[in-house]
Design a binder for this molecule. Structure first.
Ligand code: GUN
Ligand code: ZN
Length: 437
């Protein structure tokens, strides 16, 4: 499986480490006249300067992207598949938005046919936005997760998802019960976890919609399968936090509820984490868990401003991922998401460079998922999951590049001004899955 299939030519941007802690120089390799060799088995076989391309590869078909940027594909660390039709639903706050728009829409995913059709639209949308992997929520219905896993498997992509568990405070059509939730999760896990590039994510929606009995069984499932992902929501909105305080009066804080049921661990992903106390951050850091920043969603739902330097405080750093959170999020574009993360940081008096941001959306999220040996950079041996960005995709971007001098300038303009129009091409496992006309 070392058979080469094609060469990609362009300006390669590769990530080696976190620029925040290692500096841009040591963490990023930018080759203006770069090249990649993709293998027939879907991996990157070679990467470097085009002038150094080994002669054995010179006769291969070549996709020449000129001075456009070749990067590792984006990884979305939190997104909801069954919400793909309800972006831009104007809720008063999180709980109102869930009750009025989200739960009714998710109830449609009891139908395998609906879920199968939707999965194709959803995955197409990821690819047109340069996203090659995602940690996704499904609805409560087993059929929904089956449909998304099947569609992702056909596309050869690394997708992580699971059946949502929720057994209270929502319409019957989107509720399970503790035993059914745990049993169906286990069945899905047995069928799909580590099948090809897929992984199972144990998925209790959030403490608001799960009883003690459900959280208990969920914790036991995670204990039995610690190599699965565990994903949920944490400390997103004031109304949600007040609700869980009244539901779990014995808890020290919101994080303590999940901790009590054994849901904190190195493979745990907590979306939002906007209002975390010092104690909660210290405990999440100790557990090695990840908090996922979802800036377009937080701004859209008025949930609050995430403080990246508080959560990521180097004295006890909690790992931070970044994600769209579609359909609370307002864009599938990780470029737009990074731009919004920048603005949120500014409002908190913090700074995110474009190097930091692009690292987070690629190698950073891969490291949090413990998949960095497989995805997240352009190193030889990794899967050829790749996005090509056009820094001159729009007239405004084109003008901006006339005064851009550094890679930081180009990446920064792309994350502030770019969106799906800037996605020139997307490759998954070495295959072209999207090409802009
Ligand atoms: N908390 C519980 N469920 C959800 C959801 O679907 N979206 C968001 N943003 N927060 C949640
Ligand atoms: Zn979410």
């Amino acid at each position: 499986d070392q058979q080469p299939s094609r060469v990609l030519r362009g300006s390669t941007v590769n990530f080696l480490a976190n620029p925040r802690t290692n500096g841009n120089e040591k963490s990023t390799v930018y080759i203006k006249q770069g090249a990649l060799v993709l293998g027939q088995a879907g991996r990157i076989l070679w990467q470097g300067a085009f002038s150094d391309l080994p002669t054995v590869y010179t006769g291969l078909p070549c996709d020449d992207f000129g001075e456009q940027l070749i990067l590792p594909g984006f990884i979305d660390a939190h997104i909801h598949f069954p919400q793909y039709r309800i972006l831009a639903a104007p809720g008063k706050d999180l709980l109102d938005w869930l009750n009025r728009f989200t739960f009714p829409e998710e109830s449609r995913y009891s139908s395998s046919e609906h879920a199968a059709t939707a999965a194709e639209v959803f995955l197409d949308r990821l690819f047109t936005n340069g996203t090659t992997s995602a940690l996704a929520f499904c609805s409560v219905h087993k059929a929904c997760a089956e449909a998304l896993f099947s569609a992702a498997e056909k596309r050869g992509m690394a997708l992580l998802t699971g059946k949502t568990m929720m057994d209270r405070l929502a319409p019957d059509a989107v509720l399970d019960d503790p035993e059914t939730g745990a049993r169906e999760s286990k069945e899905l896990l047995d069928s799909w976890h580590n099948k090809g590039r897929l992984k199972y994510a144990i998925t209790p929606r959030f403490a608001v919609t799960s009883t003690d009995a459900q959280l208990q069984l969920t914790g036991e499932l995670y204990r039995d399968h610690p190599d699965c992902i565990m994903q949920t929501h944490l400390s997103e909105s004031p109304g949600e936090i007040a609700t869980v305080q009244s539901q779990f009066p014995w808890s020290k804080d919101y994080t303590d509820i999940y901790d009590h049921f054994g849901l904190l661990g190195p493979n745990s992903f907590f979306a939002h984490g906007i209002h975390l106390s010092e104690r909660e951050c210290a405990r999440l850091a100790e557990a090695g868990s990840t908090v996922v920043h979802c800036p377009t969603s937080n701004n859209f739902l008025g949930s609050g401003l995430f403080d990246i330097d508080h959560v990521g405080n180097q004295a006890r750093p909690v790992g931070v991922g970044v994600a769209t959170d579609v359909g609370g999020g307002t864009s599938y574009s990780m470029l737009q998401t990074l731009g919004e993360a920048y603005k949120v940081a500014m409002l908190k008096g913090r700074k995110i460079t474009a190097h930091d941001a692009f690292y987070m959306a690629t190698l950073g999220n891969a490291e949090r998922l413990k998949m960095e040996s497989e995805i997240g950079s352009l190193d030889a041996g990794k899967w050829a999951d790749i996005v090509v960005l056009d820094p001159k995709a729009t007239p405004v971007l084109e003008s901006r590049q006339e005064v851009s001098e550094t890679l930081e300038d180009i990446l920064f303009s792309l994350m502030i001004l770019g969106d799906d129009r800037a996605i020139k091409a997307t490759y998954v496992a070495g295959k072209s899955v999207y090409k802009k006309q």
